[in-house]
Design a protein around this ligand. Structure first.
Ligand code: COA
Ligand code: AMP
Length: 632
């Protein structure tokens, strides 16, 4: 079946389409309804069915003869370690860790928070939770204590799994002090933590609360998979909202397993047994979907890479990994390729390796600029696919589905809607815009399997944030257009979300942290274009009257505050103290106009501006920081 036929089948008769896709998953009990519309707009998939995601990702491959095949390859240039786990070994690790969790009183539906670096035990932990029906919530290791505390309070985990440290290139980052601080800040106090000691920095354990991972594992008995309802939550993954309070995206078991398995075959064109590498972090959705669940559900070998595209040790790192492990498909963020291009523009490092195993490169996390796409295509001589999705969906909304029918590439576009997604571009009144006109990109309900059914314990916020802009539609938060050939062009966000090196950040959340500085009266954070990281946040700060601290000190202190409260991965390094912020007469800060000035783009002074001179002052401040044109 070609792309058009597959797409039409998925929209005309979703129940038949997804029931067929569900044959790729082993179920304990069949479903009563494929698509359950009884409680719309809270649609559910595969109601009545039961399964276990860990069984499908691990056990069944051992039963079906893949026991000796590599399931997980851990490649860690930062520690100089490589380890391979066969499916049989993975099963043993996961079943025993599940035994530890069970022994600590973790049961079905209990939350377990995982705050870990890119080590195999983090993957075992996710699967062990799935095995016993516990709900994991992985928090990216780069988050600071306050962000971790917020997530502890929202997910109220019974247990936290962590490690003594992470490693950033050659810098050891102790995790335990961050974890201790987070637990101290949180209202909810988990009874127990399980700490993996790494040789680079041993953690001090608090007797009675902190347990040693290896010690606990040595005494554990393996436990079997428990059947869970298809609609039961598998995990919660927090993502940036428009306020400092992150959104707890919920993932179910059944729809997710079906979508992951289907996407591995049809989006990425992966056959069981092949090696798949998502160079991301398990703390992000790409890591959940395509380091852990997708490849394992499909019987692939997945790669867990603890390193960077450059600096570990050089810009040939990706080519080494592809060559050594015979990677068939690589998935990463465009920023990683820009980083490699910056250090090795001619691709000289590639000449040292045989990467003939590589069939395709997939990019996501931010729009892939045509220059990066062309550079990657020319260098690798394989299809390069930009595909568009978000934490909420768990898998691609628009892509060139290599496993169905490769379509002609248009640089700058993530190609067409993936089967299952009804993508429409609407104006503010909810009417479809003509082809080629920019509008809000919306998804007509129901969303396909795998997408979020709700936010963790907050149905109302789910409705308010995503479903209320236009009844019957899901608001993606992205703006763009569709061209006459049906290709989508995803150009910008309509909210205050920015993308820094493929990491999703809320400028509102950064503003909240800056505003907590006692000298700050108000501030605005805008995402400015950056050649390497896509966007960078910069701050414009107005101090309270009477403040006598030098502006440089306020700038330095607020930069440190953002590092301490959110994390260094925000890359918030530039700010300026200004006399006032440009606003409309109703008091709305003109962030969009400031961004245009910073990016050196043409802009119009809004008719509703309160004080036009303020814009000129902002232009000068941005110019002094090296952005835009100072005299605009
Ligand atoms: N724990 C602690 N700190 C972390 C961290 C983690 N897990 N991840 C990043 N940081 C810190 C870095 O050490 C750095 O700190 P510094 O300001 O003290 O130097 C800061 O956050 C910024 O990190 P990063 O964005 O990784 O910048 P970089 O300059 O080290 O590397 C890239 C640039 C492009 C190579 C890197 O951003 C990258 O690999 N991006 C791909 C991202 C990705 O895969 N996203 C997932 C979507 S697919
Ligand atoms: P995240 O939830 O972190 O995956 O971020 C999702 C957001 O990143 C999307 O809503 C888009 O704004 C942006 N994004 C991700 N992939 C792409 C892409 N291929 N093209 C354009 N924007 C993208």
């Amino acid at each position: 079946m070609g792309y058009q036929a597959s797409y039409r089948a998925s929209i005309d008769d979703p129940a038949t389409f997804w029931a067929e896709a569900a044959q790729g998953i082993d179920w304990y009990q069949p479903w009563q309804r494929v698509l359950d519309e009884r409680n719309a707009p809270f649609y559910r998939w595969f109601t009545g069915a039961s399964l276990n995601t860990c069984y499908n990702a691990v056990d069944r491959h051992v039963t079906n003869g893949r026991g000796a095949q590599a399931a997980l390859i851990y490649d860690s240039p930062v520690t100089g370690t490589q380890r391979t786990f066969s499916y049989a070994e993975l099963l043993d690790e996961v079943a025993r860790l599940a035994g530890v969790l069970r022994g600590l009183g973790v049961g079905q539906g209990d939350r377990v928070l995982i705050y870990m670096p890119m080590v195999p035990e983090a993957v075992f932990a996710m699967l062990a939770c799935a095995r016993i029906g516990a709900v994991h919530s992985v928090v990216f290791g780069g988050f600071a204590a306050k962000e971790l505390a917020t997530r502890i309070d929202d997910a109220t985990p019974k247990l936290i799994l962590s490690a003594s440290c992470g490693i950033e290139v050659n810098r050891v980052i102790p995790y335990k002090p961050l974890l201790d601080d987070a637990i101290a800040q949180a209202q909810h106090k988990p009874a127990q933590t399980l700490i993996l000691q790494r040789a680079q920095a041993e953690a001090t354990l608090q007797p009675g609360r902190d347990l040693d991972w290896q010690g606990a594992l040595a005494q554990a008995e393996p436990v079997a998979c428990v059947p869970v309802a298809a609609t039961d939550p598998l995990y919660i993954l927090y993502t940036s909202g428009t306020t400092g309070l992150p959104k707890g995206v919920v993932r179910d078991n059944g729809g997710h397993a079906v979508a992951m398995h289907w996407s591995m075959r049809h989006v990425y064109g992966m056959q069981p047994g092949e090696v798949y590498w998502a160079a991301s972090d398990i703390g992000w959705v790409v890591g959940h979907s395509y380091i852990v669940y997708g490849p394992l559900l499909n019987g692939n070998t997945t790669l867990l890479y603890e390193g960077k595209p450059v600096g570990t040790p050089d810009p040939g790192a990706f080519w080494r990994v592809i060559a050594e492990h015979k990677v068939a498909v690589l998935f990463t963020a465009p920023t990683a390729f820009r980083a490699i291009k910056k250090e090795d523009p001619q691709g000289d490092y590639l000449k040292r390796y045989d990467i003939s195993s590589l069939r395709a490169l997939f990019l996501a996390g931010e729009r892939c600029d045509p220059d990066t796409l062309a550079w990657a295509e020319q260098l690798l001589q394989v299809p390069v696919v930009d595909h568009w999705w978000q934490t909420e969906t768990a898998w691609a909304i628009a892509a060139n589905c290599l496993g169905i029918e490769p379509l002609p590439v248009k640089a700058g576009s993530p190609t067409c809607a993936v089967p299952g997604y009804q993508v429409e571009v609407l104006d503010d009144a909810g009417a479809p815009v003509p082809d080629g006109s920019i509008g809000r990109i919306m998804l007509k309900l129901p969303l396909p399997p795998g997408c979020l059914p709700t936010l963790w314990q907050d149905d109302q916020r789910f409705v308010d944030a995503y479903l209320s802009a236009q009844p019957g539609y899901y608001l993606t938060g992205d703006a763009g257009y569709r061209d006459a050939d049906g290709y989508l062009w995803v150009m910008s966000r309509i909210d205050d979300i920015i993308n820094v090196a493929g990491h999703r950040l809320s400028t509102g959340a950064i503003e909240e942290v800056i505003a907590s500085h006692p000298a700050v009266a108000e501030c605005a954070v805008i995402g400015v274009a950056d050649a390497l990281k896509g966007e960078l946040p910069i701050g414009l700060i107005v101090t309270k009257s009477g403040v006598e601290l030098p502006p440089e000190q306020i700038v330095a202190e607020t930069i440190q505050l953002v590092r301490d409260k959110i994390g260094a991965f925000c890359v918030y390094k530039h700010a300026s103290v200004v006399a006032r912020l440009p606003k409309t007469r109703s008091g709305k800060v003109l962030r969009g106009t400031m961004k245009k000035i910073a990016d050196g783009q043409a802009y119009q002074v809004p008719a509703t501006i309160d004080d036009a001179a303020a814009l000129g002052e902002i232009g000068a401040a941005l110019g002094a920081m090296g952005y835009g044109l100072p005299d605009e």
